[in-house]
Structures are given as C-alpha cells and as structure tokens.
Design a protein around this ligand. Structure first.
Ligand code: ADP
Ligand code: MG
Length: 384
C-alpha cells in the first residue's frame, strides 16, 4: 500500500475518496463532524503541494437522487475548516469535466452524494471511467468504506495511479498494531441493529478473543435462537436465526449474552426484566442493569478491547444507559489497548470525556471488523 507521504505529488488533479457519511441531529444540523475533521490532514497536505482536489463521498443509503441526503450541509461545514478555499458542490458528475477543474482557482470540489448515481454501488466500469476521467491521481482516505467494492472505492483505483491517504494509513497501522499480537484477556463487544451483517465477523472474533459480549438489536435474534420469548423486539428472520443457532453451537464458550434487558410494553411502560421473563407485548431496547455490571466486570479485566455497535436504542435517552456503561468501562480500564469504531458508535460517544484514553477511535464499523477478520479490505487491495 503506497501512501501519499511516500510520493511527491505536486500540481496534480486528485480524486480523493473520503467518508463524510455524518449523522444529523433532529434539527437537521450535523450531530458530530469527526469524519470531516479526521480527513483534514490529508486534504491540507495535498493542497499545500498545489494539487487540486475533487472529493467523493456518500451519505446514507439513497435510492437515486434524494435532496434530504445532499452533501450541501457537509460542504458548508468543510468550508469552515478551509477558509482559504472555495468549497464547491458539483451536482452533476456527468456534465463536470477536467477543464472545469483546471480553470477554477483556490477551489476544492465535492461531488454530490456518490450514491445518487446508480453506477456507484454496482461498480459499473463506465461510471468508474467517468470518475477517473476527472483526475490524474486517486487517493483513498475512506477506511470506513474500504470493505465495499464500489466504483469510487475499487473501480477508479484500477484506472488511475492510486495511493492511501493519511487517515487510511493511520487506521491500518494502528488497528494492525492492536489486533496482531493482542494481550489477553481479549474482549469484543458487538452491538448494533442487525446480526446478519456481522455474523461472520462475530464468528471470527469468537475464535480469536476470550469473550464476545453481544447486546443491542442484534442480540435479540440470538436470544430468540436460544428459545427465549422476545415479544415485539426487533429481530431478523428464520434464516438468520438458523445461522445464529449454528454460531451458538460452536462458539458457546465465548459468546456472552445479556441476562436482563430494558423493555417497553404499551401498558406498563419501561421496565427491566430477566431475559427469560418477557411477555409477548415486550420490546427490548437496551441491556439491563445486571448485564451492564457483568459486561463492565469483564471489560475491567481485559487487556485488549474491541467495540462496535451501540448496546441499545441509544438515540432515546431512556435507552442509552447500556451503551454509556460500555464506554465508561472502557475508559476506566487504563491498562488495556482499546479500539472502537462505527458511525453510530462514534455518534453515541461524541462529546463524552476521556476520548484520549481510547487507543484508537476508528471511522469504520463494518470495515474495522472485516479488517480484523481478514487482515485486508478490497479498497486496500486495490491500492497495491
Ligand atoms: P455502527 O454504525 O456503530 O456500526 P450499527 O449501524 O450496527 O452501528 O447499529 C446502530 C443502530 O442500532 C442504532 O441506530 C441503534 O439505535 C440501533 N439499535 C441498537 N440496539 C437496538 C435495539 N435494542 N432496538 C432497536 N434499535 C437498536
Ligand atoms: Mg450504523
């Protein structure tokens, strides 16, 4: 993997893949912009060397053009960090040409949400060619999407001289350092909404760690697979449940499940119940207090900690205790190497004290886990 600080890039037009898939607060403002600030070292280094930049990012999961997922607010925020430049949004990739970039002065271009274009997710060769025609060089600084075989991640990379940006390099170096020769006890905490997307990773983690603590929506399917009543809780489907049963069978010594959960019931409101005590009207939204204590005790003894995914529906204050308790346990353990990541996980911990006690906060959730599982990612391979 060649990085932008290994080569002398001067006066080039550079397509820079970043991940500005930020989350928004209810009032429509950017909830936290860590993904933008983390890209600034690469942007500033490239601009200092008189390169011209065309940034590419996605935002959310649009099906075609969708004004609510425009990168306009992101451009506005980026502008505040680059006062000496004009940050300009390019609405239509197809009518934008290299000559437009050459003409413009002191301008950083940002292509509109790349997932507005059908060719992106399909890695359509014609779309990749269209993107590549804009520039001389491609730089990937989006670790968090490097597990995706999208046009702006792997497609363009095959068509232009390609390099890793500083953030991608940092992510790869630090994560390798933490997980290559981990000190034990080694603990993974996996939460989030869906288990289907994380099943293979949980399986792999269960073979390399001492404990995998499961919580959040994804633990519901696991509790169901174990035969518990989960009422109206969010879960996936029968097929996934069968997969989970297999996982539980051969990883039963490593997987740690919640023993109690916070449930909401239309009659009795919010209560905490043991996992074997739910009624058909209950819906699980967080881990319970006994589970928090159990997970915290395991985390306090760990020497290596990996965390992805909120332990509950943390966006609602009444269901964020589980997620908060995991964060607090990790930062209280000052003798462990700790790695956490994921878009929603970062949102959940944003603004909390002691970020400096975390060894590394990764921009990637799925990407981080897949990198731990496989030791590489398609977007990194594409740079070789
Ligand atoms: P990350 O982005 O950090 O990788 P995910 O995208 O996998 O995390 O999952 C985060 C989402 O999961 C959050 O929106 C959170 O509200 C949701 N979630 C977690 N636990 C539950 C639950 N018990 N019920 C409903 N939603 C949940
Ligand atoms: Mg997410």
């Amino acid at each position: 993997m060649k990085t932008i600080d290994d080569v002398d890039l001067q006066g080039k037009i550079i397509l820079l893949r970043v991940d500005y898939n930020v989350s928004f607060a209810d009032d429509g403002t950017i909830a936290q912009d860590m993904r933008i600030t983390q890209s600034l070292p690469t942007i500033k280094l490239l601009l200092k060397n008189n390169n011209r930049l065309v940034l590419i990012s996605h935002l959310g999961k649009p099906k075609g053009r969708d004004e609510t997922l425009s990168l306009k607010p992101v451009c506005k925020r980026l502008q505040t960090y680059l006062p000496d430049f004009i940050v300009a949004l390019v609405e239509d990739v197809y009518s934008f040409k290299k000559a437009d970039i050459e003409k413009a002065k002191q301008t950083v271009f940002v292509l509109e949400n790349i997932r507005f274009f059908a060719g992106e997710k399909k890695n359509d060769p014609a779309f990749a060619k269209e993107l590549a025609s804009l520039a001389d060089i491609y730089v990937n600084d989006a670790f968090s999407v490097s597990h995706r075989k999208d046009a702006s991640v792997v497609g363009v990379s095959a068509l232009l001289p390609s390099y890793a940006g500083l953030l991608l390099k940092k992510e790869v170096t630090v994560i390798e350092d933490i997980v290559k020769n981990p000190d034990h006890p080694y603990i993974a905490i996996i939460g989030g909404a869906k288990i289907s997307t994380k099943l293979a990773l949980i399986d792999k983690l269960a073979t390399i760690t001492d404990h995998v603590l499961l919580g959040g929506g994804l633990a519901n399917t696991v509790l169901k697979a174990k035969g518990y009543e989960i009422g109206k809780s969010l879960w996936e489907n029968d097929e996934v449940e069968t997969e989970v049963e297999k996982l539980l069978m051969h990883q039963k010594n490593t997987i740690v499940l919640p023993v109690d959960v916070v449930v909401a019931d239309k009659d009795s409101g919010i209560t905490t119940k043991p996992v074997n005590g739910l009624s058909p009207d209950d819906a699980i939204f967080d881990i319970g207090i006994d589970t928090r204590k159990h997970f915290q005790a395991l985390i306090s003894q760990a020497k290596t900690i990996v965390w992805n995914g909120p332990l509950g529906y943390f966006e609602k204050p009444e269901y964020k205790k589980g997620t908060d308790s995991i964060y607090e346990a990790i930062v209280a353990n000052t003798h462990a190497a700790s790695l956490l990541g994921g878009g929603d996980t970062i949102t959940a911990i944003a603004g909390k004290p002691h970020h400096d006690r975390i060894t590394h906060i990764s921009t990637g959730g799925g990407a981080m886990l897949e990198f731990i599982e496989k030791g590489t990612l398609p977007g990194i391979e594409a740079l070789a």
